[in-house]
Structure formats: C-alpha cells, structure tokens
Design a protein around this ligand. Structure first.
Ligand SMILES: Nc1ncnc2c1ncn2[C@@H]1O[C@H](COP(=O)(O)OP(=O)(O)OP(=O)(O)O)[C@@H](O)[C@H]1O
Ligand SMILES: [Mg+2]
Length: 251
C-alpha cells in the first residue's frame, strides 16, 4: 500500500477536493483505494456517507476503542473504501497530544489493512495538529494543494519544516511528491510571478486545476467531479493529475 497525505495547514486550498477526486480517480482505474478523512470537519466523509451515522470513525481509532477494519466502509465500485471522520474526532486533539504514542496511532492502525489496498489517500485538516502529524508519519508521500492567488511563502516554510522534521526524526521515507495548483484563475500571472518562487520549494505538478463551478456543484451533489460532470474542465484536469500521480509513483 502506498500512502499519500494531501496536506496544507491553510484552509480552503483544495485538500478535500483533491483527496476525494484522487481517491475516486484511482478507484476508477481499478486500484484498491482507501480514503482516510483525518479532518474533524468531515468534509470528504460527508460526500459519501452521513458522518453522524457511521458505525465507527477515526475518533474510535484515536481513543483506542476499535480496529481500522471495523470503521472502513466500502463506497465505490468495490474499489474505494472510506475511513470516516466525525466532529467528535476534534476532542482527541488535546488528549492525544500528551501520549508518547500519539504520532503513531494512524500509522499503526493502517498497518493492519496494508494488504487490502493499493493506495491510501489521507485528507488532512487545515492545521499542523497531531492529526496532520499522524498523517505524515503514516505516509510515503505528500501532495500539497495550493491556490496560486493566496500563495504565501510563510505558510509554505511552516509546512516544509514540519515535513522535514518528521522525515528526520520519525519517517525517513517521507517524500514530497509535489504541489498542485488549484482554483487557478485564467488571469493569474502564474508563469511569470508565482511558479518561479514556488518552484524553489517544491516540484510543481504539470497538471493544475482551474477555478470553476463544477467543483462546488459536485460537492453539493455529493459526487466526485467525474461523476458530477465528466466533461467539465475540472474533471479533465483531475484526470490528468491522477495520471501524473500514477506515473510518478510507478517510476
Ligand atoms: N478548482 C476549484 N474551482 C472552484 N472552487 C473550488 C475548486 N477547488 C476547491 N474549490 C472550492 O474551494 C473551497 C475549499 O475547497 P476544499 O474544501 O477542497 O479545500 P480544503 O483545503 O479541504 O479546505 P479546509 O482547509 O477547510 O479543509 C470549497 O468550497 C470548494 O468547493
Ligand atoms: Mg478539507
């Protein structure tokens, strides 16, 4: 199982959109994929199930009440499964900070299902909390979605430091796969101004995702962007991104 965190501590950069469309994109290609919703906002959970009525969720993993296989729900074509979140998970943030094994809870839980999936995609919360740390500790790769318009060097440096200290201290295998530009508006002077700066920090995916109504509408319809409107520009861009991720991972 290859595990990929979709992380950025800034809010609204496209983590959930990217996680769910990457996970569904992999599943549509026949890859056995697990989508892990590590955000107590439960946005990616809410696309597929009602977060308040699941038989178990990551809260129960973090308070040590159950096993990963007991919370996983099959959701899509037998290829995609979900480890749901719930608002209750937020309570575990403060509690688990004190425990010695706090950063390793997700990694340990995922080890028990490693044989069942080809890919695990983790939707991280908008913070560098213990949940993001758990995700990075459990991952082989990180994808960083970011909005070109709201690009800030400060935010990038904080995330980069967190990733490098986890790599140094706990998870030497962790690699940044790349940054995905999301919500790109046509008038953005991306090539002239932002890309050269950003390129000093991360590899940037060749595919980027433009700003368009299909994304918001697909969330409202509780669907992936392909199932909502597969001829939309954003569906095609996410298809290109999924292909790019697969070819990078198979290198
Ligand atoms: N390509 C896009 N075009 C238009 N709107 C988009 C696009 N991608 C994301 N959005 C919208 O931007 C908002 C934030 O996206 P998303 O929820 O994926 O970000 P996030 O990083 O997961 O946010 P949070 O930090 O709150 O978890 C949503 O309302 C979503 O519909
Ligand atoms: Mg989100």
């Amino acid at each position: 199982m290859i595990t990929v965190s979709v992380a950025n501590q800034k809010g609204g950069e496209g983590k959930t959109t990217t996680s769910l469309n990457l996970a569904v994109g992999l599943a549509r290609r026949g890859k056995r994929t697990l989508l892990v919703d590590m955000d107590p906002q439960a946005n990616s959970t809410g696309i597929f199930v009602n977060p308040e009525t699941t038989k178990g969720n990551l809260y129960h993993i973090f308070n040590n009440k159950t096993k990963m296989k007991d919370i996983i729900v099959p959701i899509y074509n037998n290829s995609l499964s979900l480890a749901p979140s719930s608002m209750a998970l937020a309570e575990m943030e403060a509690m688990s900070n004190n425990a010695v094994d706090a950063p390793y809870i997700l990694r340990d839980a995922l080890q028990s299902v490693e044989k069942d999936f080809d890919f695990c995609i983790i939707d991280c919360p908008p913070s560098l909390s213990i949940f993001t740390i758990n995700s990075l500790v459990a991952s082989n790769f990180v994808i960083i979605p970011l909005q070109a318009e709201k690009f800030s060097v400060d935010g990038i440096v904080g995330l980069q430091q967190t990733i490098s200290s986890i790599k140094k201290r706990i998870n030497p295998n962790l690699e940044i796969l790349g940054a995905l530009i999301t919500q790109l508006k046509p008038q953005t002077l991306l090539t002239k101004t932002i890309l050269p700066v950003l390129g000093k920090y991360f590899r940037i995916f060749e595919n980027s995702i433009s700003d368009g109504v299909a994304v918001g509408e697909s969330h409202l319809a509780k669907k992936s962007v392909y199932d909502y409107n597969k001829s939309s520009r954003q569906a095609q861009e996410y298809e290109g991104f999924v292909e790019e991720v697969l070819s990078e991972l198979q290198k």
